[in-house]
Design a protein around this ligand. Sequence first.
Ligand code: ZN
Length: 120
Amino acid sequence: MTADDDAIGPDGYVRLRCYVPLQDTTFFSLFCSEPKGCGRVASSSVGRAISLMGGDGNRTTQEFAARLRCAECGNRRIEVRVSIDPRTHETRLREGLLSEVRDGDLAFAGASGASHDQPG
Ligand SMILES: [Zn+2]
């Protein structure tokens, strides 16, 4: 990790911008997994999460989770987990980045209207 003293937000979760240096291999898995939830799974790239949360990356993963709502059942208790591309660097070069990393389907509501910028 970096020597970023402000990496953790006031809610105790990591700020989204901390994942930017890792965004080629890291994405967010989104689970509608409360007892009331429908079990839907989706994903979001780091860039998309930041874009949805105002663009500065200072919001935390928990704030991101709180913004989401399941498009399937309307459940607002979405669990966000950090996921890592498990492939080797060589495989990644050969096959390209995961679709989740490049974009992700972000099939949960709240994403509508979010811009689709892909820096770089
Ligand atoms: Zn659901």
